[in-house]
Write a protein that binds this ligand. Sequence first.
Ligand code: GDP
Ligand code: MG
Length: 717
Amino acid sequence: MNECQIALTGNPNSGKTTAFNGLTGANQYVGNWPGVTVERKEGKWKQKKNVLIQDLPGIYSLSPYTPEEVIARDFLLEQQPEAILNIVDATNLERNLYLTTQLIETGIPVVVCLNMMDIVEKSGKQINFQKLAYSLGTKVVGISAVKKRNLDEAVEKTLQQVESAEEINYPQYDKRLEAALNEITGVLGTTVSKKQARFYSVKLFERDPQIQKTLRLNSEQQKEIEEIIKITEKIFNDDSETIVINERYDFIARLTALCAIEEDELKLKLSDKIDQIVTNRWLALPIFALVMWLVYYLAIQTIGTLGTDWVNEELFGSIIPNTVQSWLDNWQVAGWMQSLILDGILAGVGAVLGFLPQLAVLFLCLGFLEDCGYMARIAFVMDRMFRKFGLSGKSFIPMLIATGCGVPGVMASRTIENEKDRHMTIMVTTFMPCSAKLPIIALIAGAFFPNSSWVSPSAYFLGIGAIILSGIGLKKTKIFAGDPAPFIMELPAYHLPQLKNVIRYSYDRSKAFAKKAGTIIFVSSIIIWFTSTYTFTLQEAEGDQSILAAAGRLIAPIFAPLGWGNWQGAVATITGLVAKENVIGTFGILFGHVEEVSENGQEYWQALQSAFTPVAAYSFLTFNLLCAPCFAAIGAIRRELPDLKWLAGAIGYQCGLAYVVSFIIYQIGHVIFENGTLGFGTLLAIILIFTGIYLLIRKPKNLGKTPVGVLPITEKG
Ligand code: GDP
Ligand code: MG
């Protein structure tokens, strides 16, 4: 047989990527919330290399509301894969079959794959496969993607289906709708192929604007079709799109009734009971705060720290430098070269890699929370809260993804249909502490606040807080005002996390982190070492005469009001734009001389403590957390925003907010905790706080079409 393409399609979170990995042996990242697969991926079936499997983004329908639905629909219509393997979450049949009815209409052979059969079986539910297959007019296979059960059989059945070339049975709707669809098919005549006639008739009936555009019907055809639609709308007394939606749901209701699915209460009850607590109106947020505190406590304060201390103090503190030093001495390497390797590369890269153990533990914890289904609940809880302020909970998913890296986080914003909400989410998503910012948090928490366990989680909540408050504030401006997009998301049943999944989640992200240390941080370390070791005349620098110090002093005054006007902090912040790990790498080179830290990290930390007061250090952390992200993330923001003006606005907003928040923290904190004197700065900080509060509680600027939405905000609570 020639090459054969099979497209995996299904709702978000139905297990497509898991199935894809099982079938192709690839290691795509598996997520337990919608919207993880933004672009499609291709792989070869392990059993037969001429069978290509496509992992398409998760979608709820073929009416392209979101960019992902466009990707999936265009692929199906234009590439015409030989078959569709429709991955259906069997624990959520009704919702999932809505897409199935549309996939069948594309005219491409469909095989329905009921996934998560392991959960269905455990819960005692029964699904009658024969009846379902008969009523759908497709083959139906039960699989468990995670347990790799029946996966290859599903592909074999699909191939059989392709070869048999049977006539396709489309779902049948109300006779009056069927009559209208037949008439439209008649009007279309040979404009579309016979195979695709059903799909295009339905879409034209729905008045799908993109389909109308691509088909380029003549005016005669357009007029006739419009008449057919109008008459049918009169008969049903409803608009055409709603008619089709209702008919699809009726079809599915008949189908599921026929297949008599029994529910076992027990398992559901347990999930529901847990949900009653963790999504409780009052308890949800405190529980979430507690959970995240615990995660950071484990990763940064306790378990992860053991690893990091060892790496910092033993591995990069003495073992590696001493070994390398003795090699270099043996080989009689020139002094400057020794300095480059020891004080530049090892100090910079080592300072970054030292945080790998903490990072790995953090990601193990986050992977665990995600895979067991807890994070999906948090998105749900956040949605409820966001909605009060006119925001969509969909914005929360990019934020969760951004805890790994801002780039996919920004890309995940594509799941948001509403353009204004999408742009806003793109602008604020990188406030989340990503893996590269984590070392900054860990370093500041460790060096300045060794006894307070709240400092590292506070950085996480600072990120979330910045996003939520920005959302509330921005929504009140003219540019972003409007109703939030509805957010449908099924809550997957809780399940024990798959060890493999959790480990892969942590491994993938830790690997990316280590890889960056070996590439971009490596190069940056060399540059920082060079510019901090030499003067402009290429003499060895004494004290603060280096090129870097001179450059740093130029910009340092900008940051003086934030409490850290020293050139080292300024330089670290700028190098952080290349990659946030550079902040730590730069400090490693500027403050930590490898020979001196061989005892333990004390000297390095002491050097830091003499350069920053604790409040200034926290202000430094805040600024680096919230200011413009690294170049890679800025690039992603550029791609997702309409033009450079928007990009400039986004970067300006991020840096501005970072500056204001750090300013407030330093000016107020310095007075309260460090006996600073009250002054003009304090006054300005207080004014800024009140301005911020005003921007958050003022009446929204005209909300456009719905004046009802302009409710005066009276009392809190
Ligand atoms: P996608 O969004 O459709 O690509 O879905 P994923 O492949 O990312 O899977 C979503 C979640 O469902 C992950 O947590 C998987 O571990 C889980 N999952 C996928 N297939 C199965 C299955 O057959 N059984 C169980 N219990 N969980 C599954
Ligand atoms: Mg996926």
